[in-house]
Ligand binder design. Structure first.
Ligand SMILES: Nc1ncnc2c1ncn2[C@@H]1O[C@H](COP(=O)(O)OP(=O)(O)OP(=O)(O)O)[C@@H](O)[C@H]1O
Ligand SMILES: [Mg+2]
Length: 313
């Protein structure tokens, strides 16, 4: 349904998207996961014909976004990162407005608006001005507005930012439902748990490049069966610890992040007694120790050297 080949988009000399390629099958929920500034919104902008690429090719439903943008626009719905609603209008009138923009009218539009109000669980709030809505209600209305013309593909750009956990899980349920009904979805987020919970396949984007692509299991498989041990010890012992640790069997690597030591180990349980003994022998106080099994977060750290919530430099 979606084919992206070597996509490049520049802002001045800076490449915001730098050679990205991926495919999304019909009916698939594809997650584009990356930190702030990674290039998610820019990618969505090109795919949805709002921005023109500087290189590469994008086809949606077989139509090239550069040469057949109107055919593409008929197939797609876009839910922007910034809420695009008229807050002095009520919920219903916002949907009617979007419908008219798409050339809908009359009874068909009214029917569609009622359907979407039900879908967003806003049927009994339809006459309320949007400015009185909670963040979660606005996000739900913003989302269904992108569905008014019954698109086959939906682009969702961080649709859960700035809302509480309960509102977020309602949005995720709504999207999962749409996926089950056969809609093709591209979903951008910097919340790892969301991509993990919702998406069939995930692309991890960092500084304009796809650093990983695949289903969840195969992505975790890429880092192999490596545990991550984090420990906090006084800074003046880091060097000695690192040297000792690299000599222990099963140690794959040692690094430092945010003042803590991070040890990658083939089997965390095998390495822990060595660590314990070393600390005791040297009388080194241990402030904190955690062992983490491989997950998408450790994959992401391995790939980018940064946590998902850290800013791109
Ligand atoms: N209109 C613009 N002009 C210049 N630079 C831009 C513009 N829009 C985005 N950028 C830059 O391009 C890069 C990618 O930005 P983009 O908005 O696509 O990232 P993002 O992954 O959507 O981030 P966020 O999670 O913060 O929404 C960033 O470095 C950003 O500063
Ligand atoms: Mg963005």
């Amino acid at each position: 349904m979606i084919e992206v080949r070597d996509l490049v988009k520049k802002y001045g000399p800076q490449k915001a998207v730098d050679g990205v390629s991926f495919d999304v099958a019909r009916g698939e929920l594809f997650g584009l996961l990356g930190p702030n500034g990674a290039g998610k919104t820019t990618t969505i902008g090109v795919l949805s014909t709002l921005l023109r690429a500087d290189g590469g090719q994008v086809r949606i439903g077989g139509h090239d976004v550069a040469t057949a943008p109107s055919a593409v626009r008929r197939l797609i719905g876009v839910v922007p990162q910034e809420i695009a609603l008229y807050t002095d209008l009520n919920a219903r009138d916002n949907l009617v407005f979007w419908g008219r923009l798409h050339g809908l009218g009359g009874a068909a539009l009214n029917r569609r608006v009622e359907e979407l109000l039900v879908l967003a669980d806003l049927a009994d709030q339809a006459r309320r001005r949007v400015e009185t809505f909670s963040g979660g209600m606005m996000r739900r209305l913003n989302l269904v507005a992108g569905l008014i013309h019954q698109p086959e593909v939906l682009f969702l750009d961080e649709p859960t930012v700035g809302i509480d956990a309960q509102a977020r899980s309602r949005i995720l349920e709504l999207i999962a439902d749409l996926g089950r009904q056969g809609l093709t979805v591209i979903y951008t987020t910097h919340y790892l748990e969301e991509a993990e919970q919702l998406c069939d396949r995930i692309g991890v984007i960092d500084r304009g490049r796809l650093v990983a692509l695949g289903d969840k299991e195969s992505l975790i498989g890429q880092i192999g069966d490596v545990d991550l041990i984090r420990l906090a010890i006084p800074a003046d012992r880091h060097e000695a610890f690192t040297a000792a640790c690299l000599g222990w069997e099963g140690c794959v690597g040692v690094g430092e992040r945010r003042g803590r030591i991070e040890v990658r180990a083939r089997d965390g349980g095998q390495l822990l007694p060595h660590i314990q003994a070393w600390l005791e022998a040297g009388g080194v106080p241990l402030e904190q120790l955690e062992v983490e099994r491989p997950n998408l977060e450790t994959l992401y750290l391995n790939l980018t050297g940064r946590g998902l919530r850290e800013e791109a430099p």
